[in-house]
Design a binder for this molecule. Structure first.
Ligand code: F6P
Length: 319
């Protein structure tokens, strides 16, 4: 393997730059030329590819986002579009490709590996929703961002006897809501797994206020589950709390990656280079029981979703 390329795809995630840096540095130590593909699959099919030197990745470790840019390209499921991508790589004699992104990005990598490009995936998404890996790059930073924001909301809600209904990202998956609920001591979490019983929430808010003397409350809802504004209005009308809602939005995805994401990304970047050197195509890098391991992408994609039963039990027992 003499030349490899890297692309970042889907929603950016803090720590992607640490992975790009690790791949570039580890590969160049092994005399492999590294290329950066701009703006994900969309840049690949347009041939927006440039050489990455060690100096291009200095001072990127602490930066959020991705220095390569990212995009979503739904047309990449088409065979013709994939052929264009293969041509762009082959014309530059690039044999190996590291795709950093979520499950949609993995599907693209799998198709390219079927077409003869040696592809490896690295899980880069704040959603922590890739099967086969305990953690994805960016999850811990997004979690930190949420906890930081909720701490501030708690200060103001306790001064004003308020209940905040907070929508967090996660594309309908539960990790960010569940983990932030535990880390912030929220009164409720609403995820696909908990379901949504509005009457019960209102009843419990009255109980917390009257029987437990709570001065404020926090409800954390996964994205795409409920209308947070509507729930806050109902809480204002039917309880003694004044309800307020907030959608934290893209602020969760920005900022300097926390050390955990930088280290995970560096480990995964190093391992991805090793897999490419062994011509292991169609694999994704995972962290399993504190070890960095490889799994076949198709197996990871077809796996059942992680059920975090013990964490839900913990949340329930802490409230
Ligand atoms: O997949 C990461 C993510 O931030 C999800 O949590 C969210 O649903 C989605 O991306 C938002 O996408 P966009 O940045 O395109 O609005």
């Amino acid at each position: 393997m003499k030349k490899i390329a890297i692309l970042t795809s889907g929603g950016d995630a803090p720590g992607m730059n640490a992975a790009i840096r690790a791949i570039t540095r580890v590969a160049s130590k092994k005399n492999i030329e590294v290329y950066g593909i701009m703006d994900g699959y969309s840049g690949l099919v347009k041939g927006h590819i440039k050489r990455l030197e060690n100096s291009d990745v200095s001072e990127v470790l602490s930066r959020g986002g991705t220095i390569l840019g990212s995009s979503r390209l739904p047309e990449f499921i088409e065979d013709e579009v994939q052929q264009k991508a293969v041509k762009e790589l082959q014309s530059r004699e690039i044999e190996g490709l590291v795709v950093i992104g979520g499950d949609g990005s993995y599907r693209g990598a799998l198709e390219l590996s079927h077409k003869g490009i040696c592809c490896v995936g690295i899980p880069g998404t704040i959603d922590n929703d890739i099967n086969g890996t305990d953690e994805t790059i960016g999850f811990h930073t997004a979690l930190y961002n949420i906890v930081d924001a909720v701490n501030k909301l708690r200060d103001t809600s306790s001064s004003h006897h308020r209940c905040f209904v907070i929508e967090v990202m996660g594309n309908n998956r539960d990790s960010l809501a569940l983990y932030s609920g535990i880390a912030c001591g929220s009164e409720f979490i609403i995820t696909k797994n908990t379901g949504y019983d509005e009457d019960y929430i209102v009843k419990m808010m009255n109980y917390y206020e009257k029987e437990q003397g709570k001065k404020h409350a926090i409800i954390i809802a996964s994205e795409k589950m409920i209308d947070v504004e509507k729930l806050a209005e109902r809480i204002s009308l039917e309880t003694h709390f004044s309800g307020r809602s907030i959608v934290l939005g893209h602020i969760q995805r920005g900022g300097s990656p926390v050390p955990q994401d930088r280290i995970l990304a560096s480990q995964m970047g190093q391992y991805a280079v090793e897999l490419l050197m062994d011509h292991q195509s169609g694999y994704c890098v995972c962290k399993k029981d504190n070890h960095i391991v490889a799994r076949k992408i198709d197996e990871a994609l077809n796996d059942v979703n992680k059920i975090q039963g013990k964490m839900y039990q913990l949340f329930d027992e802490l409230v």
